[in-house]
Design a protein around this ligand. Structure first.
Ligand code: FAD
Length: 351
């Protein structure tokens, strides 16, 4: 069939969470990906649900809260559909800050060493946050399988090349021919401006690495400072991130960047001096001009959801929920005005 109620370009976390919500609302959904589902930013991520990070913009609060309240149910739903689990790996984060937020209580040195033995403060105060993390590679396995099992048609290695919105439907030109749908969502992450030229989004590259630290598990929480984070991923594995670089879609893994990141992590958490680098990779965060997501209706039957930058894993379920409400004629349950295109000088028009 070359038609569906809704066509989505991009099978990352944003496209797939929205597709699941739309299916649950009774729509038929086809999702196109130019590569493989969950193979880009959504797989590269460190997997922290960092809603309480004091460095997050205030505008993210409501969407973060919605997403967090949906998360347990979302992971359970994905598991029941796919038969694959996405275990929560950590439930607490110790975060270093240069300036304590008003009303926050810093950990004492004894408390800090009990939670993350071997941490060097580097002049920071440390806060304890109730915050979960999981391994994005687990979700990259389970979410596409869940989508298929829910009845979503997933067309991988099929790029959407252009979109033409009419009065009552939308026509897509794809690498495998034309496709018509009642509505279209551009969820192509850092690639979103290729389909919608006016969107002010660029790829913001991040390097990450996983280090293996043999012996007993030495830390059970995420340790985050202003310059680096260490995320336990089960057993002897710790993921360390990350850089933020403006170099376009350059997929090179730069050994110097990796070494710099690893050195910063060893300064923060000294047990890593005994660790070895096991894996390295890069990913492209979709970064908008003001660092906030772009969630909007761009013409009669076309929507966009991109720009989730450093928090797209956190914001996925909430974004899927509000978009599906909007796309099926319901009132989104939170105020989306901070994320509308109108805040930029240019308003996008689908091409
Ligand atoms: C290094 C790093 C660490 C991160 N850590 C965290 C974290 O700890 N917590 C957190 O919440 N977030 C984190 N993020 C951010 C998060 O990963 C992103 O915000 C999120 O994955 C964006 O999801 P997306 O679906 O918009 O984009 P993507 O996952 O990039 O998906 C977009 C998809 O669109 C496809 N596509 C592109 N063009 C086309 C086309 N024309 N037709 C069809 N398909 C197309 C691509 O192949 C891709 O699969 C991190 C990101 C990086 C890079």
């Amino acid at each position: 069939m070359n038609c569906a109620d809704v066509a989505i370009a991009g099978a990352g976390i944003i496209g797939l969470t929205t597709a699941l919500e739309l299916m649950a609302a009774g729509c038929s959904v086809t999702v196109f990906d130019q590569s493989e589902a969950m193979s880009e930013a959504s797989r590269a991520a460190a997997g922290m649900l960092a809603a309480g990070d004091p460095e997050n913009p205030a505008e993210l609060r409501e969407l973060s809260c919605l997403s967090l309240t949906l998360y347990s149910e979302f992971l359970a739903h994905v598991e029941s559909l796919s038969g694959k689990s996405t275990p929560v790996r950590t439930t607490r984060t110790v975060q270093g800050v240069h300036h304590l937020p008003p009303g926050a209580k810093a950990l004492t040195a004894t408390e800090l060493q009990a939670l993350a033995p071997g941490t060097n403060t580097g002049g920071c105060s440390f806060l304890l946050l109730e915050e979960r993390s999981f391994d994005a590679w687990d979700l990259a396995e389970s979410l596409p399988a869940a989508a298929r099992s829910a009845g979503i048609e997933l067309r991988e290695r099929t790029a959407v090349q252009s979109v033409r919105g009419g009065k009552s439907d939308v026509e897509l030109v794809t690498a495998a021919g034309t496709f018509s749908a009642g509505a279209f969502l551009n969820a192509t992450g850092a690639w979103a401006p290729i389909l919608d030229h006016a969107l002010p989004v660029v790829p913001r590259k991040g390097h990450l690495l996983t280090a293996e630290l043999p012996g007993e598990v030495q830390m059970h929480c995420v340790l985050r400072s202003p310059s680096v984070y260490v995320v336990p991923r089960g057993g002897i594995r710790y993921t360390i991130g990350s850089t933020v670089e403006d170099v376009g879609f350059d997929r090179t893994v730069d050994p110097l960047r990796i070494q710099e990141l690893f050195s910063r992590a060893m300064v923060l958490w000294s047990p890593l001096r005994e660790a070895n680098i096991a894996e390295t990779w890069v990913g492209f965060r979709p970064g908008s001009e003001d660092g906030l997501p772009i969630i909007d209706r761009t013409s009669e039957n076309c929507w966009v959801a991109t720009g989730h930058f450093r928090n797209g894993i956190l914001l996925g379920p909430g974004t899927g929920r509000v978009l599906s409400q909007w796309m099926t004629g319901r009132q989104p349950e939170i105020d989306l005005s901070p994320f509308r295109c109108g805040r930029f000088a240019l308003s996008p028009a689908s091409s």
